[in-house]
Every structure is written in C-alpha cells, then in structure tokens.
Ligand binder design. Structure first.
Ligand code: BGC
Length: 321
C-alpha cells in the first residue's frame, strides 16, 4: 500500500488480509509512506521471501518495470490494486473503482449544487487535483472535465487563478497540506474581493486542506458561505465536515469490496481458475491493455450519510459524532 496517510489504505489493507486469511493464505502487508524507494525495496524483499502472489497499489506507477520482470520470471501472480501499474507487461490484472465515474460524480455534484444545468452563474471556481504520478489522477480529471469543461468554456464557471490544466492543479502525493498552501496563495492573489463559489477537490485529504484555508480567511462564518467543496473516499473527518456543512460531497468507494475482489482474483489466478474481470478495453498502461475488474463509486452528500455509510456497516454512527 502507498501510505497510511489516508485511512482508506489501512482499511483496504485490513480487509484484504482478512479476506486472504479466510481463503487460507498467509499475508505480509507493507505500507510505504509515499516513499517510492521504500516501496521498491519492500517489493524486492517480498520477491526474495518467495511470495506466490503480490497485490500492489503503486505510489508511482512507472517505477516497477524491472522488479515486475523479476516477479514474472519467478512465476508470481501480480495484481495492480486501485492504482494502475504503468509501462509493464509483467503483471496480470487490475482491480479498481471506476475512476472516470468518480470524476463524473464529482463534476455532477458541483453542477447540481450550483444548479448550473438551470442556467445559473457565473460562479468562481478552482480545481485541486491529485498526484500526477498516480494514473488515477489523470483518469478522474478526465471524468471531471467531461462534465465541467462546457461550463468553463461558456463562462459559467470562472477560474480566476487561470489554473486549469492537470499539471497546474495537481498536488504531489495528494498532500492536504500542499493543497492548503496553494489555496492560501490563490485566495490572497485572486479572491481579495471576489467570493469563491465552488472547489473541485479530488479527494478528502485535499478537501480538508482547502476547507482549513478557506476557514482561515473567514469562509463559513459571518455571512460568507463556504464554497461547494467535493471530495473522495468518505474519510471520517470529511464525512463530519459534510454533516457540518463545510464540505458538500464525497465519493464513497467501499474498500471492503475492492479488497475482497482483489483477494478473490488472486486466489482464482493461483488456482488456475477463470479470473473475473468486467473491462478489457479501458486501461491501457502504455505496454498493454490490462484486464480489469471495475467497481462502482457512489456519491455521498449529507442526506446520504446514514443510508450509504452507516446502514452499510462501513462506519458505526458513533464514529461519525
Ligand atoms: C485513490 C484515492 C485516494 C488517492 C490518494 C488514489 O489513487 O484512488 O482513493 O484518495 O489515491 O491516496
């Protein structure tokens, strides 16, 4: 797993260990704290240890080509998990949520909150995207833009900073503190007098950073409403922010289901059975089109918290208080 910075990865990890243990496997789970070199040496150690299968959520999807060649030579089954391994033919499957759909849900959340499809606007808008070394940031961005680009083009969404291309709005390692300081800079340079109406934050870490920056200059109090802020992952601080009204929405990706899917896929592969995939065209990693199992993300606003997050058993009610 890439890091423990987002609670989702520890939750993925725990569910995966449980699912694999149940299927009779011994597991060894490693977190790399967003250090590419750490992740590569973890991988190297596991190859030496003689593992039969690897499930990898890469930090930088382009860095594993040599190690995966070695894994292939050893006959190890490899699944790329949540994030796509790039520039390698030497792995087997990809299990992820539909990242394009995640971006579409984020974009649609802004459209419906601002009622853009009823002709309202113009509104001031800024974008905070994920890390460009993570393929998901590119795919989610494409999904977001499929919904929002027409409103940007027609002038209904106005990006006062002018920062709109992915490399201008990206955030290394999806780091909330970096998002916070970028928001600080944008607010002081472009929003001295103007009100910011909406922020596309690509995940909850970024949303938390953005919201604290906004609070710092008085948004959310004294007649200055918070902008519409999106997110992803349904992390507890963000779910609480949604219930408070500081964040408008998040995208829930049930990590239990993804972990379970990856465990079942690797078990089938190791047993020589058919491996379930539902997408064989979308994910080209530069070296091959990767057979993929795609799960569906779900948009969550305040009204959905009970049904989607509590009734499903993902969080107990008291963890959200
Ligand atoms: C995952 C997101 C996560 C982000 C930062 C992405 O690859 O799909 O769920 O928020 O990485 O860890």
């Amino acid at each position: 797993m890439p890091s423990k910075a987002e609670a989702r990865w520890t939750s993925d990890g725990q569910s995966m260990v449980n699912a694999l243990n149940k299927l009779g496997y011994k597991t060894d789970i490693q977190y790399a704290q967003y250090e590419v070199s750490t992740q590569l040496s973890q991988l190297e150690n596991l190859l030496v240890k003689g593992v039969k299968g690897l499930i990898i959520a890469p930090i930088d999807g382009t860095t594993m080509t040599d190690l995966l060649r070695q894994a292939k030579e050893k006959g190890i089954t490899v699944i790329s998990y949540d994030r796509l391994i790039r520039n390698s033919k030497d792995f087997d499957y990809y299990a992820t949520f539909d990242n394009y759909k995640t971006g579409v849900l984020q974009g649609e959340s802004i459209v419906s909150a601002l009622k853009l499809n009823e002709g309202t606007g113009p509104f001031n808008f800024e974008i905070f995207a994920g890390s460009t070394d993570d393929n998901n940031a590119h795919v989610v961005y494409a999904g977001v833009m499929s919904v929002l680009q027409p409103y940007i083009d027609s002038g209904k969404l106005v990006i006062r900073s002018g920062q709109v291309k992915l490399d201008q709005v990206a955030t290394l390692n999806w780091d909330g503190a970096l998002a916070q300081s970028r928001m600080d800079n944008i607010l002081s340079a472009f929003y001295g007098k103007a009100h910011l109406d909406a922020v596309l934050a690509m995940n909850d870490q970024l949303a938390v950073g953005v919201v604290s920056s906004l609070r710092g200059v008085g948004y959310g109090s004294g007649g200055t409403p918070m902008p519409i802020v999106t997110g992803q992952d349904a992390e507890i601080p963000s779910v609480k922010a949604i219930m408070r009204g500081d964040q408008h929405s998040t995208v829930f990706k049930d990590t239990r289901a993804l972990a379970e899917a990856a465990a079942v896929m690797i078990d089938s592969a190791l047993q020589g059975k058919d491996v379930q995939v539902n997408d064989t065209t979308s994910y080209d990693n530069g070296s091959m089109v990767v057979p993929t199992q795609l799960l569906s993300p779900v948009s969550v606003e305040a009204k959905d918290v009970q049904k989607v997050l509590v009734d499903s058993g993902y969080y107990s009610k008291d963890r959200l208080q």
